[in-house]
Design a protein around this ligand. Structure first.
Ligand SMILES: [Zn+2]
Ligand SMILES: [Zn+2]
Length: 242
């Protein structure tokens, strides 16, 4: 008989397991996952969607097809996917993580990313994970790069190498939140540069970020990585602004 249940009961007694999102008691202490009630409050995306940028379509009877944005101008990344819309519980948790400085939320959020399942977006096709970098000044203010913490969790769980030094934000940009689409593009244009291309050549890269807003940021990152010789760039984010 395994002694694991005994130790589990022992640890649970002294450290009652809590859901990392709602802090209610749960039995998911060892997994670090959110509790079933919190998971049920997250509206995960499902088809139909744009096969390129991943945006969802409202009518469930539609087939997957390119969205008007991807038809009018192909994005530089090969495919982008987000787990869920940026709303409700997930928006609240991301805000607590990023702006409230609760770095421990990287684990449950990173688990959600690492467990993302989509046959058209397999982790097996990825050579390298790269988090969207923060400018040094923003990094100093926040104390951590939320995308790096998420990517680290995905790297650990999916056994994919992580490179957080190759790509750099060379210019401080304004927060994208209150800018229009064209303003966002202008704001981040040329804001990223590759420091060292050596490890990128012919690599299939997965860019990791917390929120996909208009895609302007990840498009600029993808351009810089492709210019440096990356074979392809895909994008995975937790949430997408509707
Ligand atoms: Zn919960
Ligand atoms: Zn699209």
């Amino acid at each position: 008989m395994s002694s694991a249940p005994f130790w589990r009961a022992f640890v649970d007694f002294f450290l009652p397991p809590k859901c990392p999102f709602c802090e209610d008691l749960t039995d998911s202490f060892f997994s670090g996952r959110p509790c079933p009630s919190c998971l049920s409050r997250i509206k995960f995306f499902s088809p139909p969607r744009c096969p390129r940028c991943g945006i969802g379509f409202p009518s469930p009877s539609e087939q997957d097809h390119l969205c008007s944005g991807c038809l009018s101008g192909e994005p530089p990344f090969a495919k982008a996917r987000s787990l869920c819309p940026y709303e409700g519980l997930i928006a609240e948790i991301i805000s607590r993580f990023k702006f409230g400085g609760v770095a421990s939320l990287a684990k449950p959020l990173g688990i959600l990313l690492a467990e993302y399942q989509d046959p058209e977006f397999p982790f097996s096709g990825i050579d390298l994970l790269i988090p969207v970098p923060l400018h040094t000044r923003r990094l100093r203010e926040r104390g951590f790069n939320q995308s790096l913490l998420l990517a680290r969790e995905v790297s650990r769980r999916r056994s994919i190498p992580l490179n957080f030094t190759a790509l750099r934000r060379s210019r401080q940009t304004q927060p994208q939140t209150h800018l229009s689409g064209p303003q966002r593009q202008k704001n981040v244009r040329g804001a990223f540069e590759v420091r060292s291309a050596a490890g990128l050549v012919e690599k299939r890269v997965l860019l990791i970020d917390d929120v996909f807003t208009t895609g302007a940021t990840v498009q600029e990152c993808a351009k810089a990585l492709l210019d440096a010789g990356a074979k392809s760039v895909d994008v995975l984010t937790l949430a997408r602004v509707a």
